[in-house]
Design a protein around this ligand. Structure first.
Ligand SMILES: Cc1cc2nc3c(=O)[nH]c(=O)nc-3n(C[C@H](O)[C@H](O)[C@H](O)COP(=O)(O)O)c2cc1C
Ligand code: SF4
Ligand code: SF4
Length: 265
């Protein structure tokens, strides 16, 4: 394969982005970011991409863990796509710095804006608006595929400076609290005991007990459990019961489950 793309996704936006970029590039292997001890990029691929969502104006804990364990060939062309809902902030700068510590150069970093999955702040946006974002992003992914094919260098995209300073401070304060933020999840009477939440969780943070999910405080806040529950029985805090759920409409549950089985290998 000429190209390898490592991806992480809670609700399918990053997977959809990775699949489209792989299709446009051709000859590309798509690989879930694993939770295995070593994450080694020792492929024959010339170009290596990382695609993931933005969480709290920065890198998700899963991606930080993946990059820390990365042992990679410095000579390859590295690029990244940070998938977000309008506030990429300094996420790609954070990634560039982390890679630099490993003497890996992130040659290019791009922001892709798709619908938000952060249900505590609002439910799914209207279908028309979702379609607009899909079509704008597809155009941008086409443009990115040409740059990546030519191995062009591009400064990582970022938000306005004042936002980056403010949001980076919030990220530093907030990210250590992420594993315990699952204390706000609860399950209502609609739960059928289907175990999808247990299977889809990338950190094995959900364990079924008496036929209902329980959360065990090593959460990554990917929101896969609440967004993929077929009964909409999972709630977060006080105000999610009436909010519309979201996952990318072209990504189906079996595909997500297959990725997570591989992510957990
Ligand atoms: C915990 C959490 C924090 C988020 N923080 C941000 C953010 O800081 N900026 C932003 O634009 N979107 C943010 N989002 C929205 C996601 O980045 C966005 O919906 C993304 O497309 C989800 O990708 P996925 O479907 O591959 O998981 C956040 C989502 C979650 C779950
Ligand atoms: S996915 Fe929903 S319905 Fe299925 S076990 Fe989990 S909470 Fe219950
Ligand atoms: S408990 Fe839910 S939000 Fe937390 S990591 Fe698992 S699937 Fe993601």
């Amino acid at each position: 394969m000429d190209n390898a793309i490592y991806f992480y996704s809670g609700t399918g936006n990053s997977l959809w982005t990775a699949k489209n970029l792989a299709r446009l590039l051709g000859n590309t292997e798509l690989i879930p970011m694993t939770s295995k001890k070593e994450s080694i990029i020792s492929l024959n691929a010339e170009r290596v991409g990382l695609i993931f969502p933005v969480h709290m104006w920065g890198l998700p804990l899963h991606v930080i863990d993946f990059v820390r364990r990365l042992s990679a060939d410095h000579a390859k062309y590295y690029f990244a796509l940070a998938v977000n809902a309008g506030q990429v902030a300094a996420t790609l700068v954070q990634l560039k710095k982390m890679l630099q510590e490993k003497e890996i150069n992130l040659s290019a970093g791009f922001s892709i804006c798709l619908p938000s999955n952060y249900i505590p702040w609002g439910g799914a946006i209207a279908l028309e608006k979702q379609q607009e974002r899909f079509s704008d992003s597809l155009n941008k992914i086409k443009f990115i595929s040409e740059l990546v094919r030519a191995k062009e260098a591009r400064t990582p995209e970022k938000g306005p400076s004042w936002q980056n300073v403010f949001f980076s401070a919030l990220y530093k304060m907030g990210s250590p609290r992420i594993p315990g933020m699952d204390k706000s999840f609860w399950v209502d009477a609609k739960c059928s005991g289907c175990k999808i939440c247990e299977k889809i969780c990338p950190t094995k943070n959900i364990i079924m007990s008496d036929g209902k999910p329980t959360w065990h405080h090593h959460c990554e806040q990917c929101l896969a459990c609440i967004q993929w529950c077929p009964e909409e029985a999972i709630q977060y805090g006080k105000n999610t019961a009436t909010k519309k759920r979201y996952h990318h409409p072209e990504i189906k549950l079996p595909e997500m489950l297959a990725c997570n089985i591989r992510q957990n290998r």
